[in-house]
Write a protein that binds this ligand. Sequence first.
Ligand code: FE
Length: 350
Amino acid sequence: MSFSISRRGFALGASALALAACNQNGGASGDGEENFVNVYTARHYDADRQLYAAFEEATGVQVRALTGNAEQLLERIRAEGDATEADLFVSADAGNLWRLKDAGLLQNVTTPTLEQNVPSNLRDPEGAYWGFTKRARVIMYRKDAVRPEEVATYDALATPRFRGQIVMRSSTNTYQLSTLASRIERHGADNARQWAAGVRANFARDPEGSDTDQIKAVAAGEAQATVVNHYYFVRLMKSEDPADRDVASKVGLVFPDQTTGGTHVNISGGGVTLHAKRRGRAIQFLEYLTGDAAQNLIAPANTEFPIRPSITPAPELAALGAFVEESIPLDALGRHQAEATRIFEEVGWR
Ligand code: FE
């Protein structure tokens, strides 16, 4: 298991002991809690470090971030039990947050600020987790081979038109599981199975690599279309590396299902751990993440969509145009996760 430590992070080895020792350095604050918050985060974006620094600047409260993949962090919080030093769990993808809630590792939290900041479709109904960014799962296609109207829906990718022309990342990836979970919620399991089987039949190669790798494969001519989170494309477009910008120039982006229920969207979000030792700090940080200052910082920095329409998105996002997003209960992405896994296995989408 390998963890990387953020710039604002604590010196932490593999043991919780090191973390506990570290905590003694934190000063007590006026409201009785120490002046730091421990965040176990499965987000993997450089932009987050700016956010921690800005929070510390604004509040004097230090963010100590431990990064790892969601599965590792979940197991760690479970193993640490009531001795855990984790105050807040943060993850990209609602499916991961749901799994912590389902395992009884989060506590329900509600404050007027959170209620006001986070639209109801971007948070757990009981307050176990709260979204602070929004991402769209879009279709990318190769411009010299596909007309955008040919990929106007996710359904299109499962038709014979794209035989041998689709690349996808592995079904074990949470983004992919949530994409299928959303379909199960919207159209039922049979429909989801047929779609997954159709896409699987169109694979140009076995699933491998990241979202960015799928875009590169499409640009390189290995396939004609794929499905990825929107910001990976924007990142290539904005890259300082000319090779990345060349990749971006060869592909087009479509927000699918504009007339049939909307594009699948997901969140990054956070939830206060059941045994948080600094519950007040965790809530303070969550309120900050969902507030205007952080929204104006984080959304452009990682090119994610802000959670409120009142916040202006990054220019690159505004340039993509407005789109219709799906409207389903956020916890559906977690509730259907096991079934999504089963369907992917059944159709041989590994
Ligand atoms: Fe991502």
